[in-house]
Design a protein around this ligand. Structure first.
Ligand SMILES: [Ca+2]
Length: 462
């Protein structure tokens, strides 16, 4: 309706014989309040000028522009922002729209364990800090609703560094915790390390190629203090051997971030835990060669148990297929049509750890979102399993040569983790939305519908 009125307005102005001076119209003409990280689609129309092009500008936030269309991405700082479209043919002609941005309120959930024995820890203190300062230190374990060791917080939207501490344990900082309005951010399980007076320990694991599952020799690992640390002092380095294995020896106990890189691969990072007097092995990770900017890669990793988690990608089929959705998983690894491979389960894993890798090689151009889910095949017949929540499962999403997002499994019972949805309708501005919903799904008929598809019915045997 709005675009119709917009066209009508232009038509009326033409019909009335208004001055031929160039005019720029913006649609929508007004925008209500939006929240940090949210987006608004804008369109500009140039009248009375042969040159229909505009240039876009904004007093803040991010603008992703395609000719006469723009997507405004609200910044973290609340305030009023102005987006302007200016005629290229007549720069004196422009149209603006004001956008009010508020931080909103979101949620963070995490669970804390003793790294030495996996026991849930109560009495843990949390402090969220950003450029505005820090929240008071809080310990918000709520045993009536959450299991022991589970913590949830309500916070203003923004990006925080989270300080986690507990008596007798080494404090740790989790960097870059993003909170969005009305969304819940699930952090990876925090493995707190006992303070044993400077005792050192060792860590090891294997690096694999997420594209084909082979081991990666000669990969460089750099260790930094803290979780999700991307800058700061590198306290140790290691190189993988011919088996793709690495070892960090005599490292001060604590929580670290390892960045793994190699020429010809997109760098990745993962958390490494060091317990004094111990060697913690199987701290595995993967890297893979870069993909094109239009391509997306979902890499699933987890711990020793359960042995088999499965990656499921559903998405719209190409318009030429006449609607419907495709579904790639272990029994239908590839989705292709007319010789074009659109999506593929590149690597399937049934023996713990992953990686399992799914790639969108060619967006289908169909109508609808892509949805990535993880199914606990090992416990698919359970109606109360907590195994996937305890598995340390993470999904890393890459676009081109960039790690776009890392999602950690919610600490909730369930055998189906609906991870995220990806909207590729506007190729220049894809929208990735975390879902992070835990439900139960078995092979039996009549299971709960997930969106418009029932992806996990009647699964064939492996
Ligand atoms: Ca699997």
């Amino acid at each position: 309706m709005r675009s119709f009125l917009f066209a009508l307005l232009v038509a009326l102005l033409v019909a009335c014989g208004a001055s031929p001076k160039t005019e720029v119209f913006m649609s929508p003409q007004t925008v209500g309040t939006i929240y940090s990280g949210f987006t608004v689609q804008l369109r500009a129309l140039v009248a009375y000028n042969q040159d229909r092009r505009v240039t876009w500008s904004s007093t803040g936030g991010q603008l992703v522009t395609t000719n006469t269309e723009a997507v405004f991405v609200a910044p973290e700082a609340p305030g009023t922002y102005t987006v302007t479209a200016t005629s290229v043919g007549d720069p004196s002609a422009r149209a603006s729209v004001s956008i009010v941005v508020e931080a909103g309120t979101g949620f963070v959930q995490t669970s804390v364990r003793n790294a030495a024995n996996g026991q849930a820890l109560s009495g843990v203190n949390f402090r969220y800090c950003n450029t505005q300062g820090c929240t008071p230190s809080t310990s918000v374990s709520n045993p009536s609703e959450n299991p022991v060791g589970d913590y949830s917080f309500q916070l203003a939207g923004g990006t925080y560094n989270l300080q986690v501490s507990r008596t007798g344990f080494l404090p740790v900082i989790i960097y870059g915790v993003t909170v969005r309005h009305e969304q819940t951010t699930f952090l990876e399980q925090i493995q707190l390390v006992e303070d044993q007076g400077g005792l050192t320990g060792s860590a090891g694991g294997q690096i694999t190629n997420a594209q084909d599952g082979t081991v990666v020799p000669d990969a460089l690992l750099e260790l930094r203090a803290g979780i999700n640390a991307t800058t700061g002092t590198v306290i140790a380095t290691a190189t993988t051997n011919l088996s793709g294995s690495y070892t960090f020896s005599n490292i001060p106990a604590g929580n670290y971030t390892a960045t793994v890189s190699k020429d010809g691969f997109t760098p990745n990072r993962f958390t490494v835990t060091v317990v004094g007097g111990q060697t913690l092995l199987n701290q595995n990770a993967s890297i893979s060669p870069p993909i094109a900017d239009r391509q997306w890669r979902f890499v699933l990793t987890w711990g020793q148990t359960p042995s088999d988690l499965d990656s499921h990608l559903t998405g719209p089929t190409p318009p030429s297929a006449g609607g419907g959705r495709f579904h790639t998983y272990y029994a239908a690894k590839e989705y292709s049509l007319s010789g074009i491979r659109y999506a593929n389960l590149d690597v399937d894993d049934v023996t713990s750890f992953g990686p399992e890798t799914t790639t969108i090689y060619e967006p289908t151009g169909g109508s609808g979102v892509y949805r990535f889910s993880v199914h606990d095949f090992s416990n698919k017949d359970s109606a109360n399993s907590n195994a996937m929540a305890a598995s340390g499962a993470q999904v890393r999403i890459f676009r081109g040569s960039t790690l776009v997002a890392t999602y950690s499994v919610p600490n909730r019972p369930g055998t189906l983790w609906t991870v995220a949805e990806l909207d590729l309708t506007n190729p220049s501005y894809p929208i990735l939305t975390p879902i992070n919903r835990m439900t139960f799904m078995s092979n039996s008929a009549g299971v709960q519908r997930i969106g418009e598809l029932e992806p996990f019915q009647n699964l064939p045997a492996k």
